[in-house]
Write a protein that binds this ligand. Structure first.
Ligand code: CDP
Ligand code: CDP
Length: 224
């Protein structure tokens, strides 16, 4: 590639965003930024501190005095909340169920978007989330919108949980994913939406490899 690009990958829960974003970033030697992890981290801190998750102002005040660091490890990306490794904690059930409520608040989003724009300024980034192509990096050179059926997405999470030895209920996962999709799509401030210039890929019957290759093809075309 002649120059470093910004690659935005958006889509609903378990569409495969972070998995393929990591592969694409590694291949291009770009930095991967998981914006969902940032919303999860502040949600985790708010729960620990017993903050009212409906109070946007209080959450904003908390976020302002909070550092969230994403660090590239050899194998995985680690998430640090005020210097504590919370990589595992932010995936727990409680955080997963509450994160979309926290992410609805305009003040919280504004602060997150500010931090995310700062991280993407230098290009050479693959950023995944819900509003990256539509709002955070509207001038991203490559915008991808990943989708898959709810059934397929629930099955993917179910497999993931089972593999890790976590208890998992397929029907419950389907309900959770649907509820989160609804909150993310219907919220007032920068909802989950496909940017008009994003390329949609339905991954329902595609492997991780196939999706990654498709994206790398698109990047190649844009970067030449
Ligand atoms: O990986 P998974 O699909 O479970 O979700 P995530 O990417 O970790 O994001 C968790 C939640 O954070 C989403 O359901 C959204 O409510 C919120 N989020 C957001 O509002 N905007 C983003 N750019 C990224 C995540
Ligand atoms: O980041 P997001 O929530 O969009 O999804 P993810 O965490 O990257 O992917 C959810 C699960 O689906 C992971 O266990 C992936 O290995 C799996 N996956 C898949 O089976 N086929 C794909 N084409 C993409 C992801």
């Amino acid at each position: 590639l002649k120059s470093k690009l910004a690659i935005a990958i958006d889509g609903p829960a378990a569409a495969g965003k972070s998995t393929v974003a990591k592969i694409v970033a590694k291949k291009l030697q770009y930095i991967y930024i998981d914006t969902g992890a940032m919303y999860r981290a502040i949600t985790h801190k708010a729960i620990i501190n017993d903050i009212d998750l409906d109070n946007g102002e209080e959450l904003y005040q908390l976020l302002k005095k909070t550092t969230i660091d994403l660090q590239q490890g050899a194998k995985e990306q680690k998430v640090f909340l005020d210097s504590t490794d919370v990589t595992e904690d932010i995936r727990n059930q409680m955080v997963t169920n509450k994160v979309s409520v926290v992410a609805q608040h305009g003040l919280v989003r504004k602060e997150m978007v500010k931090r995310q724009r700062e991280l993407s300024k230098k290009r050479g980034v693959v950023m995944d989330g819900r509003d990256i192509g539509s709002h955070v990096i509207p001038d991203a050179e490559v915008k991808i919108f990943l989708i898959a059926s709810v059934k397929e997405r629930a099955e993917r999470r179910h497999k993931e949980n089972t593999k890790k030895g976590y208890p998992s209920d397929l029907k419950q996962l389907e309900n959770e994913i649907e509820r989160r999709d609804q909150l993310d799509t219907e919220r007032e401030i920068s909802p989950l939406v496909k940017a008009s210039d994003a390329i949609e890929i339905d991954t329902t019957s595609l492997s991780i490899q196939e999706v990654s290759e498709k994206i790398l093809e698109i990047v190649k075309r844009k970067g030449e």
